[in-house]
Design a binder for this molecule. Sequence first.
Ligand code: AMP
Length: 215
Amino acid sequence: MVLLGPPGAGKGTQAKLLEQEFGAVQISTGDILRKAVADQSPLGKQAEDYIKRGALVPDDLITNLIAERLQQADCAQGFLLDGFPRTIPQAESLDALLMKLALSLNGVLSVQVPRAVIIERLAGRRTCKNCGALCHTVFDPPKQDGVCDRCGGELFQREDDKEETIANRLTVYDGQTAPLVDYYRRQGILREIDGVGSIEEIRSRIKKALGGIAT
Ligand code: AMP
């Protein structure tokens, strides 16, 4: 499955819940790239500047990364693509790759959230340095300021969740990623989800939408 939606739509949060429920593995290209940057691997060095600016990393880097990742053993149970594809050429490469692997998408969930809500969510989003758990300073605050409820790790604000970069990421989304909604609608596999509400409300809408998809 593909989870589609602007930054801050809740894709990562919902992907983690779906992962627990269905055993399909979450593949977040953003998480993979951030780890590569932290490790200063060759991929990380190439991607770092794009991520800092809120721009997209070149398609060929990402499609190679996905081609390798989808062939790893843990994907045999199914996978949830979170943050990929993000451009029409990436979606076309994914179609070609899936065909080669004799796989197909069960569905594409498009999570829709108004701009004002996105900005509120991104500005308060915090990530655990240790386990990657997400929380929010207002909507899902940790018990202790700056400390992850799940593992006690340190919470931090992503560099690209700061105000100037958020604006750039949203412009990039409108120009390059939003056209994917129509791309998948034409394929007949798009499910539109209202992404406003509590984590639990959105989770239950997704479950309802998945009722119409073979999981
Ligand atoms: P995310 O965590 O999904 O918001 O991704 C963070 C950043 O990683 C993005 O702003 C891009 O710079 C880069 N990135 C993640 N996924 C992709 C992708 N599919 N194509 C290009 N760049 C990506």
